[in-house]
Design a protein around this ligand. Structure first.
Ligand code: SF4
Length: 145
């Protein structure tokens, strides 16, 4: 397998909290905490460079961006040995945000889509990786009970 094929085979976490050299930004949160927010999906995922992350300061990348990084499986609290429980909670506990699947640059390698299918994508626009004042449902979905 060459490097290109290896990259294509890596499963991506679509709500990464650890951002490294292989991380890519694929969405930006729009809206306000008061009015609610939705993720706007980029037509192409772009590298999460230090320059890009500095440009959005003082906002934290996890508050403003959706970043994809290689899924770390057993090193993540949401991985149960086979599946991402965060993706499962999102797909089963939230109401759909959209009827039509967002145009998403990482879908072929997304952990949530490969596991939960379109149900995850219909709710994905409602996901902020980090929220300052999550409500009870958001806390439960995030596994922060
Ligand atoms: S769940 Fe769907 S919309 Fe969200 S990142 Fe994965 S493929 Fe994209």
């Amino acid at each position: 397998m060459n490097r290109f094929d290896e990259e294509k085979a890596v499963v991506l976490c679509p709500s990464a909290t650890t951002i490294g050299p292989s991380s890519k930004v694929f969405g930006v949160l729009t809206g306000t905490p008061e009015a609610g927010f939705q993720v706007a999906y980029l037509t192409e995922a772009v590298p999460a460079t230090p320059q890009l992350l500095e440009a959005i300061a003082p906002a934290k990348p996890t508050e403003l961006l959706r970043v994809a990084s290689p899924c770390v499986e057993h090193a993540c609290q949401h991985f149960d040995g086979a599946n991402c429980q965060l993706g499962k909670r999102i797909a089963t506990m939230l109401d759909p945000a959209v009827a039509t699947l967002p145009r998403c640059a990482i879908r072929p390698r997304c952990r949530w889509f490969s596991q939960e299918g379109p149900a995850a994508c219909r709710r994905c626009p409602l996901v902020a990786t980090e929220q300052r004042n999550p409500n009870e449902l958001q806390r439960t979905v995030a596994g922060r009970e």
